[in-house]
Ligand binder design. Sequence first.
Ligand code: NAD
Length: 411
Amino acid sequence: MIQSQLNRSSALVELPEHVRTLLGEPKNEIIVNFPVLMDDGSYRVFKGYRIQHNNVLGPYKGGLRFHPDTRLDECKALAMIMTFKCALMDIPFGGGKGGVKCDPRSLSESELVRVTRRFTHALGANIGPEYDIPAPDVGTNAKIMVWIMDTYMNTAGYTDRNAQPRVVTGKTLECGGSQGREKATAQGLVHCVVEWARDAGVTLEGKTALVQGYGNVGSHTAMILARMGVSIIGVADHAGYMLNPEGFNTHRLADHVRRHGSIDGYSKNHIVTRDEFFAHKADFFIPAALQNQIGEKEAQLLQVQLVAEGANSPTTRDGEAVLQSRGIEVIPDVLANAGGVTVSYYEWVQNGRNESWDLEEVETRLERAMTRAYQRVVDYARDKKCSLRDAAYALALLRLKQVYAQRRIFP
Ligand code: NAD
């Protein structure tokens, strides 16, 4: 999917063939197998990945995912998306992604600490504050980022006095995280939806939304939209699907998920099938779970005006073709969920300068960055008569094309 997207947008910007070819593969593919002592005294070997796609614009940057289905190809595709996301947002970072093949829900907290620390140790000098900077993604959070930081500083810092806490972003506030980082991805997505509504001449008050995934991105998006008057009439996660025409109490549901690990058990009366969820009429559909959720079938079922992609790569090519033919607009992942890496960049800058910006400053900067990127993508799409996704990738590729033209290929 991502390769065919690269080809389509390369043609739009007449990208030189050698640049297209080199962007089609990551620079480095790191696979590590590491042993972990489990609580019952046994040892288990875990497999971890870090893909460094491109660093021509700056250090590799991207999330770490702890999920049983994490695999090499997935990390390669997601790392490539990060390169384009950072290029589109004009952030001086390249693209990376990684993770550990594991089910964090089945691990005790002490096992999770040991998995995180051994993984960080196995990556060793392959990460670093000026080289490759991980962040949270599916199955990881601020607490895990702090364990990575601590392990890195205790191991790399043993010999390298320049070991810095900014080796990871998305940390807790107490350990060097930024105000506004936790909800940044959701906030950025909502800025895009607000811009879309402004262009469409409609108000958000009274609109309805379905949200798939109720973790970091999904729950914060639901809570922010609800505050703006959007009724969240459908929610879903790995445990199931629920519809409520009256709208869910987004804060109470987030609290339930925090305590129980999923939406399961929140309400018996609203449980529906996956197909019923997708087919329910609403104004917005927000995928905020995993990739490849909107295939041809789901795209036929959806009865919405807009899909705003909180998740990375949630729409398949066939799904997108159906959405296009049905006139359903899509705000693509590289734009819609770029608020996360944008505030990660602010965190990295603050750490480097020993500064701590207040929430208002972070939010003002984020809003400016998101609305500017949104308008650039919309203008380009209008000008070239292409989809927002083709436009977003084309703008990213234009930046990479200029840099490669000036730097050339070494030697
Ligand atoms: P998370 O682990 O906090 O939440 C993931 C959610 O997806 C959970 O509610 C989980 O139950 C749900 N889920 C998992 N499998 C599912 C399935 N088969 N069906 C339905 N729901 C399922 O992760 P997150 O950080 O919120 O990330 C969600 C998506 O957003 C991912 O695609 C991630 O790459 C993307 N993203 C995250 C960030 C960030 O800052 N965290 C930034 C950009 C993009």
